[in-house]
Write a protein that binds this ligand. Structure first.
Ligand code: R5P
Length: 316
């Protein structure tokens, strides 16, 4: 099999290809002056894309990532179907259909946070975006999505994978935490997994989100005095959740506080804000970010294997 990528996930695609021992190729992507996107499978890759199943690594974030992902899937599907007709009549215009075998690996699934309808009339954005992608591929791999349940009834199989094993390995090697904290109930499963792997204490906070920038944590006694604590979450956006949790930890005597996540969105000066509260910030490169210190490749590779096993394609 072969790994390809567009403009937003080249580094993750490289890491995935390394983890699987496959080759990685960049597709041609650029922007027209009005910012609309253009994608093309270079002539040198047409045979590669047709001769083996393809894993496209691409984020549905920011919005331009959604369009680029759809355009790349469409182009790959056309090439695999043998539909190469072009106005300049370059190369063969048609070739035999080589059948199914287009998979999408999404390091950061944009729009995953609107996973429920909180008020009548809202769109469930996570589902809408997933359905768009599912219409253009034969299976999807998603890394550390906030609420996997929202993608439960897609028309193609989906593999959920997580970078928590690599995150635990990294924290153990660099921080050696005594205590892992989940900043809210939603991150308990992930943070517990990290605590178990490191073999250290664990607890969680109860968070109420007032608005996108305001977080309130319920007071809780944590046995963290003199300890090195790592707060583990799926994503850090404004950093508000981590800053409030770090404050609670410092007030209770934590010696060191670190923040670790799969997805470092780090919006609006989040890193500077975080560094006023924590001793270190650690993330994967699911999104390009200044704290990318954990490889997401092995996690994506586990997702690919899971999907291939499910589809009976493991020998490819
Ligand atoms: C929400 O429950 C997520 O797991 C994160 O805790 C949240 O998205 C982080 O956002 P922020 O950094 O803006 O507090």
């Amino acid at each position: 099999m072969v790994v390809v990528s567009g403009s937003n996930s080249g580094a993750m695609a490289e890491q995935l290809a390394d983890a699987l021992g496959w080759s990685h190729h960049a597709l041609e992507t650029r922007r027209f002056p009005d910012t609309e996107g253009y994608v093309r499978i270079p002539s040198t890759l047409i045979e590669t894309v047709r001769s083996e199943p393809v894993v496209l690594v691409s984020n549905t974030f920011p919005d331009s990532g959604i369009v680029e992902t759809l355009l790349m899937l469409e182009a790959i599907n056309d090439v695999r179907r043998g539909d190469l007709q072009n106005l300049r009549e370059i190369g063969p215009q048609t070739l035999p259909d080589v059948g199914k075998g287009v998979f999408l690996a999404v390091p950061y699934f944009g729009y995953s946070r609107q996973d429920k309808r909180f008020k009548p009339g809202e769109s469930i954005s996570a589902k809408s975006i997933a359905n768009l992608m599912a219409g253009q591929c034969d299976g999807i791999i998603v890394l550390d999505i906030h609420a996997p349940e929202v993608l439960s009834d897609l028309k193609v199989p989906i593999a959920f994978t997580s970078a928590m094993p690599e995150l635990a390995e990294h924290l153990k090697a660099t921080v050696d935490p005594d205590f892992i904290l989940s900043p809210d109930k939603g991150a308990i499963a992930r943070a517990t997994q990290v605590a178990n792997q490191i073999d250290c204490e664990f607890s969680y906070l109860e968070k109420t989100r007032i608005d996108a920038h305001t977080i309130v944590h319920k007071a809780k006694n944590l046995d963290v005095a003199g300890k090195r604590v790592a707060i583990v979450d799926d994503m850090i956006a404004t950093g508000g959740t981590i800053c409030r949790a770090a404050e609670a930890l410092r007030n209770q005597g934590a010696l060191q506080v670190h923040a670790a996540c799969s997805h470092g969105l780090f919006t609006g000066g989040a890193i500077a804000r975080l560094l006023r509260y924590v001793d270190g910030v650690h993330a994967t490169g699911s999104l390009a970010n200044a704290r990318d210190v954990i490889s997401g490749g092995p996690a994506l590779a586990r997702g690919v294997h899971q999907l291939m096993d499910e589809l009976g394609l493991s020998n490819n």
